[in-house]
Design a protein around this ligand. Structure first.
Ligand code: GAP
Length: 510
């Protein structure tokens, strides 16, 4: 399936099967704002829970908090967001479309990367087992040229953006011959900076109201609580504070469904370390976070690291974990070494000390911070799009199945009486009454059982439990596995055990 078709199918499936709706759809929706529907909210909650358990329950030195969305406005002055949370925007004079100038340049570089990958794939095919990819990448003139061009362009862009030389960013776009991706026009305006924070007001009267911002990241709620948590939790360095919650950005170009939204949710963890030890922890968290992703089984080949050329104003090292979305590899999660920038800035602006007394070193210091930051909605899109499959079956028919990791599935099991009579619904209901304390389970008696299986396949239910006439005789049911469609006869008393073996956090997170 072509990528564009695949992405359309993902969006269509998300709506048709109750995962995601456009916000306020009856009023034609609101650009880049979405609502999670009955199945979507379960999947989203399960992803959040999977992240929280892996961070907070699996690490004795990480605790969680839930800070408010609204914060004192000086927070955003200290964090640098008022002055520096900008995106460089550029308009096309003919199409009137607005773009992020840096994204146009990065997309150009991705094309160069694709050309290099094509050369590598061709050579791999030609040389077979004897192919030495590393040597080829280092010596093949075309690959070397593409890589060098890419590096040079990204370095120049980073330098110009750092120096706020927006005229050079425009010159670069013109020199590279970058055209409006939708219309092909090269008639560009100058590049301008645009602050992404949403403003709001606190207070009833226009005169006395205070200007506030909706938080553009959850991280600052952690920094301002650093000392509260450290003291009340008697935390010793190294330790982490985790948080999940809404963030808001007035994105210039918000498209690609829930990939880039104006209201979204983040799952962030700030890990406080001794100054000088941050690189060790940066490497640790890069590896740990990649392993978390791999534990879900979406395929190792769908992830890659991208080390940043242009660092955010607070970072001394940064990498993204990129995922192979239907529209190509894009950022899913960021791992940043944020130095002591945030805590020092909050010390300066608040006049309060935000330091740790290290008994081993017998001194006070402002800790350094390594951050892991992932968008919950982006993770949803990664899992959802990767899991959606269209399969042709042995008998020539086809099925649409959402092969979600079972631990994340909205409904864990559907219990289906073969017919709506003869006492079978009552038995099905009693199975539900037993399972519902541990799992989200669903009862379905409508239509032929084959159609019911397909409905559950489409929402990703890993197990269907069918109650038939034999159940009345020997207390057994049929359990059908979503991915293999294999069916087994098991005792009713065994159902809980089978589900636990497949759905325990221990199995997935270990
Ligand atoms: N505290 C660091 C921080 O916010 P970021 O790279 O700007 O860093 C972190 O954002 C993650 O949040 C991204 O990797 C992405 O998954 C998610 N994210 C950022 N902007 C988003 C948006 N507009 N819509 C959805 N997710 C977004």
């Amino acid at each position: 399936m072509a990528n564009e078709d695949k992405f359309k199918k993902v969006i269509g499936h998300a709506k048709e099967y109750g995962f995601i709706f456009a916000s306020s759809e009856i009023y034609d929706g609101l650009s880049a704002v979405y609502d999670y529907a009955q199945n979507g909210v379960e999947l989203k909650n399960n992803i959040r829970d999977y992240w929280w358990r892996s961070m907070v329950y699996m690490h004795q030195n990480i605790v969680g908090i839930d800070a408010a969305i609204l914060m004192h406005p000086t927070t955003w002055k200290a964090s640098g967001h008022v002055d520096a949370f900008n995106d460089p925007l550029i308009d096309n004079k003919d199409s009137k479309k607005r773009y992020r100038a840096d994204v146009l340049i990065e997309d150009y570089c991705e094309k160069l990367n694709k050309k290099a990958q094509k050369e590598i794939a061709k050579a791999k095919k030609r040389f077979g087992d004897s192919f030495d990819e590393k040597q080829f990448v280092e010596t093949n003139p075309r690959v070397v040229k593409y890589k060098a061009q890419q590096k040079q362009i990204l370095e120049r862009m980073a330098k110009s953006l750092d120096a706020d030389d927006l005229a050079d960013v425009k010159t670069l776009i013109e020199e590279l011959g970058i055209a409006d991706p939708e219309t092909g026009s090269k008639n560009w305006t100058d590049v301008k900076q645009f602050n992404l924070m949403f403003g709001t007001k606190l207070g009833a009267s226009a005169d006395s109201a205070t200007d506030l911002y909706l938080r553009p990241e959850t991280a600052q709620g952690i920094f301002v609580n650093f000392l509260n948590v450290q003291k009340t939790g008697r935390m010793k360095i190294p330790f982490g504070i985790a948080q999940t919650g809404k963030a808001f950005r007035n994105e210039i170009v918000a498209r690609q469904f829930i990939f880039r939204m104006r209201e979204f949710e983040q799952m962030e963890m700030q890990f406080f370390v001794r100054p000088g030890e941050e690189m060790k922890w940066y490497e640790y968290w890069k590896e740990t976070r990649l392993n978390w992703h791999l534990s879900l089984g979406l395929g190792k080949e769908n992830y890659r690291f991208h080390d940043h050329e242009k660092l955010a104003h607070y970072a001394n090292a940064a990498a993204d974990i990129e995922f192979n979305f239907p529209f190509g590899f894009k950022e899913l999660e960021g791992i940043h070494s944020r130095t002591d920038f945030d805590l020092k800035a909050h010390e300066e602006f608040s006049g309060k000390k935000l330091q740790f007394f290290d008994p081993e070193l017998n001194k006070n210091y402002v800790p350094y911070v390594v951050e892991t930051s992932i968008g919950l909605d982006r993770m949803f899109l990664a899992v959802f799009s990767n899991s959606l499959k269209e399969e042709t079956l042995e008998d020539g028919s086809s099925r649409v199945v959402l092969k979600l990791p079972a631990i994340l599935a909205p409904v864990k099991a559907a219990v289906l009486p073969l017919v709506k009579k003869d006492g079978l619904p009552e038995i099905a209901q009693s199975i539900i009454d037993d399972l519902k304390y541990d799992y989200n389970v669903q009862y379905d008696e409508k239509d032929a059982v084959g159609r019911r299986y397909r409905r559950q396949d489409a929402v990703g239910t890993p197990f269907c439990i069918t109650v038939d006439h034999q159940t009345k005789e020997d207390q057994t049911v049929t359990i059908r596995y979503r991915d293999t469609m294999k069916q087994e006869r098991i005792a009713i008393s065994e159902i809980g055990k089978v589900l636990y073996n497949e759905l325990s956090f221990k199995k997935w997170l270990k």
